[in-house]
Design a protein around this ligand. Structure first.
Ligand code: TRP
Length: 330
C-alpha cells in the first residue's frame, strides 16, 4: 500500500498559544502544509492523562487553541484539522495496540520516568498516564503519515510508536508503515525570565496578548545582567532579549544590534523598541485574523475536519481489524 507522503501532528489543548508554540511547532506546520497533505489535531484526550481531575477548562482551551492555529494560517481548506475525541476510532486502536505493548516498554520510557519524578503536584499513578504513548501511537498510525513533526521531548514516544508498529506487523502481517520523526528545527524561544516559555511559569507572550501589554512585558525584561550602565558594553550571547531578535528581526538589523550592543552605542531601551516594533508587525495580521474567527466557526471547522479524519480512521480500522481477524460481518 503506497500513499503519498503526508504529515500528522497534534498538540494538547492548553489554551491560547504563546510565541514558544509558534516558533517551536506552528511555524514548521505551516511550512509542511505547503508541501504535502497534513492532519493536525487537538489532542484533548491527552490533556486528561495528567489533568484528569480538573477537566472544566478543556472545552474553552480546545476552541482558543484552534482559533490561534487558524489565525496563524493553518487552513482547513487544505489540511484536515480535527479533534481527537471526535474520532472514537483512536480509542479502539489504542485498546488493540495496548494488547501488544509490553508494560516494560512504557515503564522505561524516559519521558515517563522524568515526569514521574519531576511532577509532584499531581498524582500520576494512573493507567492513562503510563499508557499515554499507546494512545499517541494510535493517533499517529491511524493516518499512516510519513512524517510526524515533533519537538525533541517527544522523540521517545515516536520511537515507541515505531516499535509498536513493528510488533503489530510481526504478529499480523505488514500493515502499518513506520513513521519518521521530523524534528522541528531548534528555535530557542525562552520565556520572559529566560526559563522555558510556559503558561504555568507566567513568563509567556501570547499571540493574542494586547500589543500594549506586550510592550510592557518586553520593557520589563532582563537583558544582559552584567550590563549595569548604559555606557557598559553588553553581550547578546547572554542577553535574555536577543533570542527574540533571532526569531523576529532581519539579519542586517541584527548585525547592527550586535555591533551596537558590544560597543555600547545602542542601549537596551532602544534595542527593546526595535523588538517591540517587530513583534507588533508580526502579531498584527495574526490578531486581525483572529478577530474574524467566531467560536461557532471554529466548532464548525473541528466538526467537519473530524468527520473527514474519521473516514480515514474507519478505513484504517477496517484494515487493522482484518489483519487481526476481528472483522466480523454479522
Ligand atoms: N504528546 C504530544 C505533546 O504532548 C501531543 C500528541 C499527542 C501528539 N498525540 C500526538 C503529537 C501525535 C504528535 C503526534 O506535545
Amino acid at each position: 500500500m503506497s500513499l503519498p507522503p503526508r504529515t500528522l501532528s497534534g498538540m494538547r489543548p492548553t489554551g491560547p498559544l504563546h510565541l514558544g508554540h509558534y516558533f517551536g511547532a506552528i511555524k514548521n506546520w505551516l511550512k509542511l502544509q505547503d508541501e504535502m497533505p497534513c492532519f493536525f489535531f487537538v489532542a484533548d484526550w491527552h490533556a486528561l492523562t495528567s489533568d484528569y481531575a480538573n477537566t472544566k477548562d478543556i472545552k474553552e482551551y480546545v476552541i482558543e487553541m484552534t482559533r490561534d492555529w487558524l489565525a496563524c494560517g493553518l487552513d482547513p481548506e487544505r489540511s484536515v484539522i480535527f479533534q481527537q475525541s471526535l474520532v472514537l476510532e483512536h480509542a479502539e486502536l489504542s485498546l488493540l495496540l495496548g494488547m501488544i505493548t509490553p508494560v516494560s516498554w512504557l515503564e522505561r520510557n524516559p519521558t515517563y520516568k522524568e515526569q514521574r519524578e519531576e511532577i509532584t503536584n499531581k498524582d500520576l499513578s494512573n493507567l492513562g498516564f503510563l499508557s499515554y504513548p499507546v494512545l499517541m501511537a494510535s493517533d499517529i498510525l491511524m493516518y499512516r503519515p510519513a512524517w510526524v513533526p515533533v519537538g525533541e521531548d517527544q522523540l521517545p514516544h515516536l520511537e515507541l510508536t515505531r516499535e509498536i508498529a513493528r510488533r503489530f506487523n510481526n504478529f499480523y502481517g505488514d500493515f502499518f508503515p513506520e513513521p519518521q520523526a521530523r524534528l522541528t528545527p531548534a528555535a530557542r524561544c525562552p520565556g520572559l525570565d529566560g526559563r522555558k516559555m510556559s503558561k504555568s511559569y507566567g513568563n509567556s507572550i501570547f499571540l493574542s496578548d494586547d500589543l500594549a501589554d506586550i510592550a510592557k512585558k518586553v520593557r520589563g525584561m532582563l537583558t544582559d545582567k552584567n550590563r549595569l550602565r548604559r555606557s557598559d558594553p553588553g553581550n547578546p550571547k547572554v542577553c535574555n532579549l536577543y533570542p527574540y531578535h533571532e526569531l523576529l528581526t532581519d539579519e542586517t538589523t541584527r548585525a547592527e544590534i550586535c555591533e551596537g550592543c558590544v560597543t555600547a552605542s545602542l542601549g537596551c531601551v532602544d534595542c527593546k523598541k526595535i523588538l517591540i516594533n517587530n513583534l507588533e508587525s508580526f502579531l498584527t495580521p495574526i490578531q486581525e485574523r483572529r478577530k474574524t474567527l467566531s467560536s461557532d466557526y471554529i466548532r464548525q471547522v473541528l466538526k467537519e475536519g473530524s468527520a473527514s479524519a474519521r473516514e480515514e480512521a474507519q478505513r484504517t480500522m477496517q484494515g487493522a481489524r482484518k489483519a487481526m481477524h476481528l472483522d466480523f460481518n454479522y
